[in-house]
Design a protein around this ligand. Structure first.
Ligand SMILES: Cc1cc2nc3c(=O)[nH]c(=O)nc-3n(C[C@H](O)[C@H](O)[C@H](O)COP(=O)(O)OP(=O)(O)OC[C@H]3O[C@@H](n4cnc5c(N)ncnc54)[C@H](O)[C@@H]3O)c2cc1C
Length: 428
């Protein structure tokens, strides 16, 4: 007997690894010609790894550290939020160099977000914007909150569910400190995937499922198994890929459509040498390219910097041609750094547009107000043979992260093992 895992991102690899290690015959069908999905480490843009997708480990206790240690990959602390620099026009400045009112506002926004954990689970849901307004913040404060709180969730303050944010704060077990993998993320997943049976270019088009098994029609052929773990991103599922025959249950279809996936775009710039001081870890402002950090996975200060925009800002950048979008970003960078020579010194630039990627259609999923049950419904198995994992399904950890996706893969693998524990046939 066999299990098929659809998708070779962090969730799919985690599910496949756990099943394989438990002695199950497992095959991974992946649409792309690489593993990793929204983990995509580039080795060509700079003399060190640069992340086109996931970049940081969010939390000192994230499971990623355990895997990295087993793989012999070093994790390096990065203090982004503690060393945040903000600009209201002109060069970005450390918080203690900002006018007191701006510094206090930024601190109050983070504290107010943190207090969401005390929201009673049965409190009526509202948007983060609504909650901030109720907490006394004005429209100008909401613009700052959009950059510092919502952009990182690949959302706007108006579309983030407070109930879902509160849930995440309550179940978080990863911690708040941030890290990079010195080698980049890709070598970690390559290590994790070693020995797994993979088929690439296998875009799943149709999933036929009966209590007796599954048949998956893909661009690389037709595959049969006893059950299937679906880790395909929810924005792909929203577009009806793959088709399920018979269709998924009404609650599952509701959950898929209830989730929101916004655009996520990175602008990358390489300079002949760093155009910033070695202490820079994070700059933000209310421009289009709202958030910036140096891309170095090494400890030395290397000459690559990344702007990461999501939601409306990413959509605005995506609507421009690549050269114009990169020029807009560079102009904002010059202002933030107080320089006017960056165009001459830039030796390479690139834009990564996740909304144009047919295997993710955007960044990562968020829950809008009123749909806080969607993650759990999305995660639930369907019938005897369909199991679900992936960052959008994470309800007991941090969604929108690599470590959350890994945990969801383990959860789905455990569900498979539990379902079939009375059967000896599933084991090789
Ligand atoms: C720009 C960006 C920055 C991010 N930054 C961070 C960060 O700093 N830290 C962090 O922890 N997380 C970050 N994330 C989030 C993190 O990358 C994701 O949460 C995580 O990688 C998702 O893993 P997954 O397995 O759920 O999905 P994916 O990685 O998307 O894996 C799903 C797989 O399914 C495949 N697939 C899609 N359609 C089909 C089909 N029809 N048939 C077969 N296969 C299919 C895809 O090709 C993909 O390989 C970032 C994401 C983005 C986009």
């Amino acid at each position: 007997m066999r299990v098929i895992v659809l998708g070779a991102g962090a969730a799919g690899l985690a599910a496949a690894r756990r099943l394989h290690d438990a002695g199950v015959a497992v095959q991974v069908l992946e649409a792309r010609h690489r593993i990793g999905g929204r983990v995509w480490t580039d080795e060509t843009f700079a003399p060190f790894p640069v992340e086109y997708g996931a970049e940081f480990i969010h939390g000192e206790r994230a499971v990623t550290h355990t895997l990295a240690a087993a793989a012999g990959i070093e994790t390096v602390p990065v203090d982004r939020y503690g060393r945040l620099r903000w600009s209201d026009g002109g060069p970005a400045r450390a918080l203690d160099a900002l006018p007191g009112a701006r510094r206090d506002l930024i601190a109050a926004l983070f504290q107010t977000l943190d207090r969401l954990r005390d929201l009673p689970p049965d409190a009526p849901d509202r948007s983060l914007a609504g909650y901030l307004r109720e907490s006394g913040f004005d429209d100008e404060a909401l613009i700052v909150a959009d950059v510092l709180l919502a952009q990182t969730c690949c959302a706007s303050v108006e579309t983030l569910s407070c109930a879902d944010l509160a849930r995440e704060l309550r179940v978080d077990h990863a911690g708040k400190r941030e890290y990079r993998l010195r080698s980049g993320y890709a070598p970690l997943l390559a290590w994790y995937a070693s020995g797994l049976d993979m088929r690439f270019g296998a875009v799943a088009r149709v999933v036929r499922h009966t209590p007796g098994g599954v048949t998956i029609e893909t661009d690389a052929g037709v595959f049969h198994a006893d059950c299937c773990v679906v880790t395909i991103p929810v924005a792909v599922l929203q577009r009806g890929v793959p088709q399920f025959d018979p269709p998924l249950s009404a609650p599952k279809r509701w959950a898929i459509q209830a989730m929101r996936v916004e655009a996520a775009t990175k602008l990358l710039y390489r300079f002949d040498e760093p155009a910033w001081d070695a202490d820079l870890t994070f700059m933000a402002h209310t421009g289009l390219a709202a958030r910036w950090w140096p891309a170095a996975h090494t400890t030395r200060n290397a000459g690559v910097i990344i702007a990461y925009a999501t939601a409306a800002r990413a959509r605005a950048l995506d609507a421009l041609d690549e050269a114009t979008a990169l020029a807009v970003g560079l102009q904002e960078l010059q202002t933030l750094l107080g320089r006017d020579d960056l165009a001459q010194r830039c030796v390479a630039a690139r834009r990564i547009v996740w909304s144009a990627d047919p295997f993710s259609y955007g960044g990562y999923a968020h829950v809008p107000p009123g749909a806080a049950t969607a993650r759990r419904i999305l995660a639930a198995p369907e019938g005897e043979t369909l199991f679900f994992a992936g960052e959008a399904t994470v309800y007991d950890s941090n969604p929108q992260t690599v470590h959350g996706a890994i945990e969801s893969g383990w959860r789905a693998a455990d569900e498979v093992l539990k379902r079939y524990s009375s059967s000896t046939q599933i084991f090789r």
